[in-house]
Design a protein around this ligand. Sequence first.
Ligand SMILES: NC(=O)c1ccc[n+]([C@@H]2O[C@H](COP(=O)([O-])OP(=O)(O)OC[C@H]3O[C@@H](n4cnc5c(N)ncnc54)[C@H](O)[C@@H]3O)[C@@H](O)[C@H]2O)c1
Length: 319
Amino acid sequence: MKIGVIGAGAVGVGVCHYTLAFGSCSELVLIDQQIGKAEGEMMDFGHANSLTFSKNIRLRAGDDYSLLTDADIVVITAGAQIKEGQTRDDLAEINSRITVDIAQKIETVAPNAILLVVTNPCDIATYFITQNTGFPADRVISAGCIIDTARLMKLVSEKVDVDPKNVSGYILGEHGSHCFMPWGLVGVAGQPIDYYCQHNGFDAIDPQTLLEEVKQAGFEIFKRKHNTTHGIAASVFRMIQAITIDEYSILPVGTLLSGHYGLSDVVLSLPTIVNARGAHKVLEHPFSETETRELHDIAAALQKLIREVQAKTGLRGIS
Ligand SMILES: NC(=O)c1ccc[n+]([C@@H]2O[C@H](COP(=O)([O-])OP(=O)(O)OC[C@H]3O[C@@H](n4cnc5c(N)ncnc54)[C@H](O)[C@@H]3O)[C@@H](O)[C@H]2O)c1
């Protein structure tokens, strides 16, 4: 298994760290336009190879895409980072150009790779990659709402005093402000969350307040340390594991919809089975009328942004 990471910034290095510490691959390649940054990080990681718990993974770094030849998975984290006061959508034009250019370069050397797109706005970037490269849609996956769902689990766990891993539920839609939370899917140990609170002495949780907390969680971190790294790196590692182990894991990742819920020409996060071949299947859930309307409204908002980016960049998009 050969894994590539594009972008030796905070997120890319975090993904490398998880992969080296907990993952399993024979070769890890870090690419950045700042060649010294990529090389320095890999030299630094390489010193862990001498320690007994470390796997002797071949480490490569540089700015040359031929290093990625025949890579199985490539994680794209390169691009502009949000500045204070900006939203993820403010990066749409610049990062769509950057990520499409990167994906086209990857295609020349690793056409069978599965691409995991992290660069924000990740669902828009993923959309443009599917439209401007030959990668099939099931092999271009946005990290989407995995991190938002992890934040939901953590927030609920703190309110009801349990391990976040015992909290179920999903944030779906866009990784950003256009997301929604099907309340009927939020629960603890199989119990609906309202029932759990009522029977275990906890105050009822207000869904709107909770959703707002989830949306703000990234910005709260950003205000303090000017990036978010550990949660997103762990989310990407979760995707890498689902692929390398052929786990058929159901993850709230973003994929190009083709008729699901009556939607096409947009990348949205929905519970999706991920296996060794990529996004195997998007699950169709019996959402309420309100939730289905929310999903369609989110799709419309993203398609508006796609059209704006298309007009400014000339990238292929919605016809
Ligand atoms: N999807 C998510 O949940 C999520 C979470 C956190 C961050 N992000 C996004 O991930 C991206 C990276 O964040 P970061 O904190 O690592 O940023 P960073 O600024 O620390 O690193 C970005 C790296 O990309 C490199 N780069 C830029 N353009 C490049 C190109 N064309 N080719 C090669 N390398 C290039 C830069 O040299 C830099 O090293 C940002 O877009 C950020 O918004 C997404």
